[in-house]
Ligand binder design. Structure first.
Ligand code: FCX
Length: 434
């Protein structure tokens, strides 16, 4: 089918059967043991969630429905032949597990544009905040205002049966994804530019339209936005934003409520806000030495200064990854192709040489290598999106493309309310004393 909803509808019975079979025939299969270290250590390594769209291997990094980033670049349709994957293609892939053709992706582009109209009160809700409010605060406020139109909430109130929950969830998710760029662009224009809305361009795809509405029309920037949204979309289910969305949706909170919660998690400096922190840190290096063109010794000295003051090196380390993040690598390749001589890019390259040995020497850092956030800022900065406090909003728009499909599957598969067990500290001590 050229229509995503019909394609999905055909798949649901088969997936439902698979889940039913697992629960019926394998309910008691053990997936590992739970240790005290896991309970006190942020549940690292504890397999506790099902996530259909993607999985992260510690060494290899992300695969979207089994496909690496280079696979996606090769096999998913681009705006032009050989171009970066269109986010519409990623959305299609994550939701259905199938590689869409150009016609399917174009029809999804068109569908998203047709759903993109934002009610005026959403802009007004944002306007009620001072311009000085952090862009992520303005963003969640905008998303909460969009919730007013939730189809799921209306359908639930009118008694929709459980077997059909996925349908209004699909509608909410597609409407949310369609409207996020307009909300996000408005925040950028309001905070940093003239406040005037640049309307959607009917000839542009999703990623290009977002760049356009922000005020950027350089074809290279449009390509970067397509790549950016695609690689930031999904990173399996246990990261803070994805897990939050899934958790909050589990008592049947609608996709807007769930996604606003996810954004609030993304806004933490150890998660999505790290992209902002990276550029801020790079700027502080340049300010310290008066130039981005510094020696290895100067850089090493500055890294030690950051660590000695008790701060983390933003953009380095990861909860799951143990090698360089392929999302970093593909941004580096994009930079090598389009901006090899940019002094900030060269500084980022130097940081990648100097930081890992220093973090390794600390002896406690499990992954000294760069993550996705170590690179995005210098690319955005190069294309004129210099306001780093805005960067996490770009991450947020992208994350909806990954989280949204899972929320639809959660309802299609009848996933229950999430409710793990907790213990008191005394109880934990008692269990250990045994
Ligand atoms: N700089 C300095 N210290 C670091 C570090 C870094 N980049 N990364 C980890 N460490 C420290 C931890 O702070 C911890 O120290 P402590 O025992 O004194 O508290 C120790 O090393 C062990 O942490 P580790 O097990 O390696 O890492 P975690 O799984 O606990 O945390 C994050 C992973 C990502 C939170 C951590 O590496 C970090 O703070 N990195 C910097 C922030 C960042 O880039 N976040 C973005 C991550 C991601 F890509 C995303 O969500 O977008």
């Amino acid at each position: 089918a050229t229509d995503l909803r019909s394609e999905l509808k055909e798949l649901i019975p088969e997936y439902q059967e698979r889940v039913k079979k697992l629960r019926k025939e394998h309910a008691n299969v053990e997936l590992g043991k739970i240790t005290v270290d896991m309970v006190l250590g942020g549940m690292r390594g504890m397999t506790a969630l099902v996530w259909l769209g993607s999985a992260v291997d510690p060494d290899e990094g992300i695969r979207f429905r089994g496909m690496t980033i280079p696979d996606c670049q090769k096999k998913l349709p681009g705006a032009c032949p050989g171009g970066e994957p269109l986010p519409e293609g990623i959305l299609w892939l994550l939701l259905t597990g199938k590689i869409p053709n150009k016609e399917q992706v174009d029809s999804l582009s068109q569908e998203l544009r047709s759903r993109a109209t934002i009610p005026d009160y959403a802009f007004k809700a944002i306007d009620a905040l001072p311009v000085s409010a952090h862009p992520m605060t303005q963003f969640t406020t905008g998303v909460m205002a969009l919730q007013v139109e939730s189809e799921f909430q209306k359908a639930y109130e009118s008694g929709i049966p459980k077997a059909r929950y996925w349908e209004p969830t699909y509608e909410d998710t597609l409407n949310l994804i369609a409207r996020l760029p307009g909300i996000a662009a408005y925040i950028y224009r309001r905070k940093y530019k003239d406040g005037k809305i640049i309307p959607l361009d009917d000839s542009l795809d999703y990623g290009a339209n977002y760049a356009h509405m922000l005020g950027f029309d350089d074809p290279e920037m449009l390509e970067f936005m397509r790549l950016y949204i695609s690689i930031h979309s999904d990173h399996e289910g246990g990261n803070v934003s994805s897990h939050t969305a899934h958790l909050v949706a589990s008592p049947l909170s609608d996709p807007y409520l769930a996604f606003a919660a996810a954004l609030n998690g993304l806004a933490g400096p150890l998660h999505g806000l790290a992209n902002q922190e990276v550029l801020r840190w790079i700027r502080s290096i340049v300010a310290e030495f008066g130039t981005p063109n510094i020696s290895t010794e100067q850089l090493s000295e500055y890294i030690h200064k950051t660590l000695n003051s008790g701060q983390v090196i933003p953009g380095y380390g990861h909860g799951v990854l143990r090698k360089t993040d392929p999302r970093y690598t593909c941004q580096r390749e994009f930079a090598l192709k389009h901006l090899p001589n940019d002094p900030y890019f060269q500084l980022v390259s130097k940081i990648k040489e100097v930081v890992p040995p220093i973090l390794t020497k600390l002896g406690k850092v499990k992954n000294p290598w760069p993550n996705v956030d170590a690179h995005s800022g210098v690319l955005l900065n190069y294309y004129g999106l210099t306001e780093e406090n805005y960067y996490t909003v770009l991450f947020g728009v992208s994350r909806a493309v990954g989280v949204g499909p899972q929320l639809i599957w959660d309802r299609a598969l009848g996933m229950p309310l999430e409710r793990p067990k907790s213990v008191t500290l005394e109880k934990l001590e008692q269990l250990c004393a045994k």
